[in-house]
Design a protein around this ligand. Structure first.
Ligand code: KIV
Length: 268
């Protein structure tokens, strides 16, 4: 069924897409111009991810990102977006302490950004928190498989998660607790397929193969803005960094040579 670009995407709209067998598309965004462009291009969801810490702030992990920073960027993105569902990540240590802490912080996100939902990393270990958020009418997207906020425990950034039993238990727990959708990160495609078939809420894959109900990519990666980041799962749909560098080098050269500004770009 063709995507209706005129109607705003809602939380129930995500479930409906799964029921209708329509694949969901998501990208991350952190600022106004890119968010409005992705929205115009027809993505169903925009995630203000805590990858903010890495692709925008240049840090080596997502751990230092604060709730205030997520709210700052979430508000900008939600203001830019007319159709897509805007989801804001809860950063490290803003939901793990207690369900009460999570409700207070996720509540701030919804009140201060106009986003529709929050995302948190966790399955069984966060089931109580997902339930409390859901009971407070705060839509939650779960996130299982590779959880980048666990980087210190894992010892490295990217580890493929292969324990099918654990992953299925996490997925079921997130669904039962009330999550409306679930990110599957860095999971073998057959396991992602089983999870997507076993649960009713839509699965949104990143590095989890083609059988998920939708896909999400970090926009800076898929647009070729992040230098040298080429994991197998990532398709770089453009090389914007190279284009931008060529443009800037040409500008520097032309100014130095006295070719810019020429008469066409000068006022009489
Ligand atoms: O923070 C983020 O951008 C994410 C995606 C990798 C799904 O969680």
């Amino acid at each position: 069924m063709p995507v209706d670009l005129t109607k705003p995407v809602t939380v129930p709209g995500f479930s409906q897409a799964k029921q209708e067998g329509r694949k969901l598309t998501m990208l991350t965004a952190y600022e106004y111009l890119w968010a409005s462009l992705f929205d115009e291009a027809g993505v169903d969801g925009i995630l203000v991810g805590d990858t903010l810490g890495m692709v925008v702030q240049g840090k080596s992990t997502t751990l230092p990102v604060t709730l205030d920073e997520m709210i700052y960027h979430g508000e900008i993105v939600a203001r830019a977006v007319k159709r897509a569902l805007v989801v804001v990540d809860l950063p490290f240590l803003t939901f793990q302490v207690s369900p009460k802490q999570a409700v207070e912080n996720a509540g701030r996100v919804l009140k201060e950004t106009q986003a529709s939902a929050v995302k948190l990393e966790g399955g069984r270990n966060q089931a109580r928190t997902i339930e409390r958020l859901s009971n407070a009418d705060i839509p939650v997207m779960g996130h299982i498989g590779l959880k980048p906020q666990s980087v210190r425990k894992l010892g490295r950034m990217a580890v493929i998660q292969r324990d099918e039993e654990r992953l299925l238990a996490d997925a079921r727990a997130a669904q039962e607790a009330g999550a409306f959708a679930l990110v599957l990160e860095l999971i073998p495609q057959q396991i992602a397929r089983t999870i997507s078939e076993e649960i009713d809420i839509p699965t949104i894959g990143i590095g989890a193969g083609p059988h998920c109900d939708g896909q999400v990519l970090v926009s800076h990666d898929m647009l070729g803005l992040t230098p040298g980041f080429r994991p197998r799962f990532l398709k770089r749909y453009a090389e914007i960094r190279d284009l931008a560098r060529e443009a800037v080098e040409q500008y520097v050269e032309e100014v130095q040579q006295g070719e810019f500004p020429d008469s066409a770009h000068s006022h009489d």
